[in-house]
Design a protein around this ligand. Structure first.
Ligand code: 13P
Ligand code: SF4
Length: 329
C-alpha cells in the first residue's frame, strides 16, 4: 500500500475514463467472490450496483449470512466494523476509510465506559451507530428498526442506559413509557431537520404524509405520520394510500422509495440552515463508484477490529440478531 493512500484513507489511483465501471466492478466481484452491501444513504449509482441495499439491521443480518470471501461495505465505518466482528475470517473493505459517523463520534469509548461504570445496576443498550469499543461495554445493540421491541424485552423496572443518540432515546422513552438514562449524543445530519421547513412544505403539499427518522429532534418527530428507520419509512410509504410524502431523513433513501413506488411523489425535507433541497450525510457520500472500484481492485482500505474488543463486542450484536430473528424482524 502506498504512503499516499494511507494519508488519504482511500486508494487514490486514476480510473480509466473509457472503462465501463459497473461491469468492471461486477467482474471483480465475481473473480474475488466479493459481495457489495450498501446502505440506503449511498449515492444512486452505488445503490444501483450493490448486491444488497438496506438499513443498518439488514446490513448486519446480510453480513452474518453471506458466504462471500470479501464484503465491501458501502456505508460508514461502524457498519464495516459490525460486519468484521460478525465475520472475522472475511476481508471487509470500505471504499473510503474517512467515512465515519458524527453520532458514533459523539460517544468516545473511554467516556462511555466511565458512565457505564458509574451505573453498575443498569443494563446497557447501545445504538448500532457506535464504535466496536463502545459495543464491547454494551449488553445489547439495537437499530432504529428493533430498538422499541428490544427495550421492551426487559422488565419495566429494569434501569437502562441508552446511548448514544439522545433523540432516539427520548423517542423510545416516549413510546414505551420507560425512563432510560440517555447519553447526550446526536447525528449532525438529522439534527438539521426543523419544524419550520416541514410546516412550510406542508402548506404546499397539504395532503402529504410526513416520514421522520427517529434521530431527528423530538419536535420534528411530533409532526410525523410515521417515525421509523430507513426501511421502516420505505415500507410505510409502500403500503400508504397517499401519493405525496415529505421525507425527513438523509435524501439517499429517495432512490429506493422512487424505485419501489414510481407512482408516488417523495419530497426531501431540506436542512434548516440551507437553501439546497437535500440533506446529505457528508460521511456516507465519501464513497464513490471510483473508490468502490479501487477498493475491490487493490483490496484496501480494510476494516480491522482489535481481537479483544471484537470478542466482547460480538456478544451484544449477536444478542440483537437473535432477538430480531425471534421477533421476525
Ligand atoms: P437506519 O438503520 O435507519 O438505516 O439508520 C442508519 C443511520 O445511520 C441513520 O442515520
Ligand atoms: Fe452517522 Fe448521521 Fe451519517 Fe447516519 S446520517 S451515518 S447517524 S452521521
Amino acid at each position: 500500500m502506498k504512503e499516499d493512500w494511507l494519508k488519504k484513507g482511500y486508494v487514490d489511483e486514476p480510473v480509466e475514463k473509457t472503462i465501463d465501471l459497473k461491469s468492471e466492478i461486477k467482474k471483480l466481484c465475481k473473480e474475488k467472490n466479493a459481495v457489495i452491501l450498501g446502505h440506503f444513504y449511498q449515492s444512486d449509482e452505488i445503490q444501483e450496483i450493490a448486491d444488497f441495499i438496506g438499513d443498518s439491521l439488514a446490513l448486519a443480518q446480510w453480513a452474518a449470512k453471506t458466504d462471500a470471501d470479501i464484503i465491501v461495505m458501502c456505508g460508514v465505518h461502524f457498519m464495516g466494523e459490525t460486519a468484521k466482528i460478525l465475520c472475522p475470517d472475511k476481508k471487509v473493505l470500505i471504499p473510503d476509510f474517512n467515512a465515519g459517523c458524527s453520532l458514533a463520534d459523539s460517544c468516545p469509548a473511554d467516556r462511555f465506559s466511565e458512565f457505564v461504570k458509574q451505573h453498575p445496576d443498569h443494563t446497557v443498550v447501545s445504538y448500532v451507530n457506535t464504535s466496536a469499543a463502545v459495543k464491547a461495554v454494551t449488553d445489547v445493540v439495537v437499530t432504529s428498526t428493533n430498538a422499541k421491541q428490544i427495550v421492551e424485552s426487559f422488565p419495566a423496572d429494569q434501569p437502562i442506559i441508552f446511548g448514544p443518540d439522545k433523540n432516539l432515546g427520548n423517542y423510545i422513552n416516549s413510546i414505551t413509557g420507560r425512563n432510560m438514562l440517555l447519553w447526550e449524543g446526536a447525528c449532525h445530519v438529522h439534527e438539521k431537520f426543523s419544524v419550520e421547513k416541514i410546516v412550510e412544505l406542508k402548506k404546499q403539499y397539504t395532503d402529504a404524509e410526513v416520514l421522520v427518522h427517529p434521530e431527528c429532534k423530538g419536535a420534528v418527530a411530533k409532526l410525523a405520520d410515521k417515525v421509523g428507520s430507513t426501511a421502516g419509512l420505505l415500507n410505510y410509504a409502500k403500503q400508504s394510500e397517499k401519493k405525496n410524502f415529505l421525507v425527513a431523513t438523509e435524501s439517499g433513501i429517495l432512490f429506493e422509495m422512487k424505485r419501489q413506488c414510481p407512482e408516488k411523489n417523495f419530497i426531501p425535507v431540506p436542512p434548516e440552515d440551507s437553501t439546497c433541497a437535500c440533506n446529505e450525510c457528508n460521511f456516507m457520500r465519501l464513497n464513490t463508484i471510483e473508490k468502490l472500484y479501487n477498493t475491490l481492485k487493490y483490496e484496501w482500505p480494510e476494516v480491522v477490529v482489535d481481537d479483544d474488543i471484537a470478542k466482547d463486542a460480538i456478544k451484544p450484536i449477536k444478542k440483537m440478531l437473535e432477538i430480531s430473528a425471534k421477533l421476525g424482524l
